[in-house]
Design a protein around this ligand. Structure first.
Ligand code: ADP
Ligand code: MG
Length: 482
C-alpha cells in the first residue's frame, strides 16, 4: 500500500492551566516561575489531615471555557481521586474528575487553508496539576510549586486527520482560551500542554487502528513534527507486516523522533473513586447564567462579523483576530474612522510589523488606534499621498504624535496649488523634449515618467490626481497649439 492509502486518526488531550492567582484546593500561590518549593503548603504537600477547599475562580473559568466551546456545562459534577505513585505527587493521588466531569460535548471550529472545520470535544474536566521532577547530574529533585495548580483537561474526539488539522485546531483552541482570559496559553512554560493520540488505518476502514500517545511536545512546530513522524512510523510498521503497540511515546526535539516510554502492559489502573474530602461540585443556576451572559465575542464570531458586517476578505478577518489585542486595536480604529478595509491594510501591513508579540498587547506602541484612524482618514481625504502617509506613520511610530501635527510640522501636506504645479510641469516638459515628442507621437504610457518627474521635483508631495490632470492638459494643449 502506498502512504496515500492510509488515513491518520488523531485525538488530542489538552491540559490548560487556569489563570487563577491561587491553587485549585488551597490559597497557596499558583504563579509560575518562583524559586522551587516556595509555593507549597500543607494541602499541596499532602500532609495528613490537610483538607482541600475548592477555588471558586477556577470553577468559573472552567464554566467560561465550557460555554465558549459549546459544551453542556453540568451544574452537578464530582471530584475523584486518580491513584498512582510518583515522586511529584505527594498525596499518592491526583484530584481530578472522572465519571462526572464539569463539561461534556462541544467542539472547536477552526480554519485550515481558508476552510472551516470542526473537531468535537468529548469532555472538559477540572483537575490539579502534579509537581515537577527535575533531573540534575547528582540526582533528581522535586519541585512542588506546580502541585495543585488548577488545570482543565480538554479531551477531543478522534476526528483530526492530519498534523495540519491538529495544529490548526490547537491554535484556535489556544486563541479561544486567551480571548476568554482563562489561560495564558504559554506552551514553553507548560500552561498549555498537549498529548497527541495517533493511529493509522487503511483508508475506507471504519475501525480505528491501535494508537500511540505522544508526550513532551511543547511547541506547535514540534507537535506538527511529532505527529508526522509518528504517522510515518506506524505506516512503515504496518506495511512491513508488523504491529503498532499501544504505548506512550516521548518526542525527542533533537532527533525529531518518538521513542517508547511505557507500554500498555505497564499502564496504570488508577482506581478512581469519588474524593471523600470534597462534596459534589454544585453550581447555582444564576451563577452559570451570569457566566454565560458575560462571555466575550470569540475569534470565530469576530471573523464572521468582520466579513459580514465590515466587508473584509476572509484572509484579513483571520489575521486580525489571531490575537485579541489586535482585534481590539482594529475595532477601536474603525470606530473612529469608518473605513474597515483601509484600516485593516494599515494594521496588517504596518502596525503589526512594529509589534514583537501582538498577543501581549499593543500598549508598547507610541501611538494608539485613534492616531491610526486619523492617518487613514487623511489618506482617504487626499490630505496625504500614500507614500507620504508611510513617512508620517514612521514618525508616529517614533513619537506617537498625531498625524495631522506631523504633516503640518514637516510641511507634508500635498501640493494643490495649481499655479505652482503648472510652473513645475512647464520646466519638466522643457527639460525633456524627447519624451514630450514621443508622448505626443502616441506613446502615452510615458505619462508614468512625467508623473515620476513631478513627484521627484516635489519630493512626493504633489497631489497625484491633480498633477496627472494638469500634466495631461499641458501635454495635450501644447500639442494642439503646435
Ligand atoms: P486515555 O484516557 O487512555 O488517554 P481515552 O479513551 O480517554 O484514553 O482517549 C484519549 C484521547 O485519545 C482522546 O482525545 C481520543 O480522541 C483519542 N483516541 C482514542 N482512540 C484513538 C485512536 N484509535 N486513534 C487516535 N486517537 C484516539
Ligand atoms: Mg490519555
Amino acid at each position: 500500500m502506498s502512504s496515500s492509502e492510509w488515513e491518520a486518526v488523531i485525538g488530542l488531550e489538552v491540559h490548560a492551566q487556569l489563570k487563577t492567582s491561587s491553587k485549585l484546593f488551597s490559597r497557596e500561590s499558583a504563579q509560575y516561575g518562583a524559586e522551587p518549593n516556595t509555593q507549597v503548603n500543607e494541602v499541596c504537600a499532602g500532609m495528613p489531615g490537610a483538607l482541600p477547599v475548592i477555588n471558586e475562580r477556577a470553577v468559573e473559568y472552567a464554566m467560561v471555557a465550557g460555554y465558549a466551546l459549546g459544551c453542556e456545562v453540568h451544574l452537578w459534577s464530582q471530584f475523584a481521586r486518580k491513584n498512582y505513585f510518583y515522586p511529584d505527587l505527594p498525596k499518592g493521588y491526583q484530584i481530578s474528575q472522572f465519571k462526572h466531569p464539569i463539561c461534556t460535548g462541544g467542539g472547536v471550529d477552526y480554519l485550515l487553508d481558508g476552510e472551516l472545520k470542526r473537531c468535537n470535544l468529548t469532555r472538559i474536566h477540572l483537575e490539579e496539576d502534579a509537581g515537577k521532577n527535575i533531573h540534575a547530574p547528582n540526582g533528581s529533585l522535586v519541585d512542588l510549586n506546580r502541585a495543585g495548580v488548577p488545570l482543565i483537561e480538554i479531551v477531543g474526539e478522534p476526528e483530526l486527520r492530519s498534523a495540519d488539522e491538529a495544529t490548526a485546531y490547537l491554535k484556535e483552541l489556544r486563541n479561544i482560551l486567551r480571548y476568554l482570559d482563562v489561560c495564558d496559553g504559554n506552551l514553553e512554560e507548560g500552561s498549555f500542554r498537549c498529548d497527541a493520540n495517533v493511529s493509522v488505518r487503511p483508508r475506507g476502514q471504519e475501525a480505528f487502528g491501535t494508537r500511540a500517545e505522544l508526550k513532551n511536545i511543547n511547541s506547535f512546530r514540534f507537535i506538527q513534527r511529532a505527529i508526522d513522524y509518528e504517522i510515518a512510523r506506524q505506516i512503515d510498521l504496518l506495511e512491513n507486516g508488523e504491529q503498532v503497540v499501544q504505548e506512550t511515546r516521548l518526542f525527542n526535539h533533537d532527533t525529531g523522533r518518538t521513542t517508547s516510554m511505557r507500554s500498555k502492559e505497564e499502564a496504570h489502573d488508577y482506581r478512581y473513586f469519588p474524593d471523600p474530602d470534597l462534596p459534589p461540585l454544585v453550581i447555582a443556576p444564576e451563577w452559570s447564567e451570569r457566566v454565560k451572559a458575560a462571555l466575550p465575542e470569540l475569534p470565530g464570531q469576530k471573523r464572521e462579523r468582520y466579513q459580514r458586517d465590515l466587508g473584509l476578505p476572509a484572509y484579513d478577518a483571520d489575521v486580525l483576530t489571531q490575537a485579541r489585542p489586535v482585534a481590539e486595536f482594529f475595532e477601536a480604529a474603525v470606530a473612529a474612522h469608518d473605513n474597515p478595509k483601509g484600516i485593516a491594510n494599515w494594521v496588517m501591513n504596518e502596525v503589526l510589523r512594529e509589534v514583537d508579540n501582538p498577543e501581549e498587547g499593543l500598549d508598547a506602541l507610541a501611538f494608539g488606534p485613534a492616531q491610526l484612524a486619523e492617518l487613514v482618514q487623511m489618506v482617504d481625504d487626499k490630505e496625504l499621498t500614500g507614500k507620504i502617509a508611510k513617512a508620517v506613520f514612521a514618525k508616529m511610530v517614533e513619537s506617537g504624535q498625531a498625524p495631522t501635527e506631523i504633516a503640518d510640522a514637516e510641511g507634508l501636506r500635498p501640493i494643490r496649488d495649481e499655479g505652482r504645479l503648472r510652473a513645475l510641469i512647464a520646466d519638466i516638459l522643457a527639460n525633456n523634449p524627447a519624451q514630450v515628442e514621443q508622448f505626443r507621437g502616441g506613446k502615452t504610457k510615458l505619462m508614468g515618467f512625467f508623473i515620476g518627474q513631478l513627484m521627484q521635483q516635489t519630493r512626493g508631495k504633489a497631489d497625484p490626481g491633480l498633477g496627472r490632470k494638469l500634466l495631461m492638459e499641458e501635454l495635450n494643449s501644447d500639442n494642439e497649439d503646435g
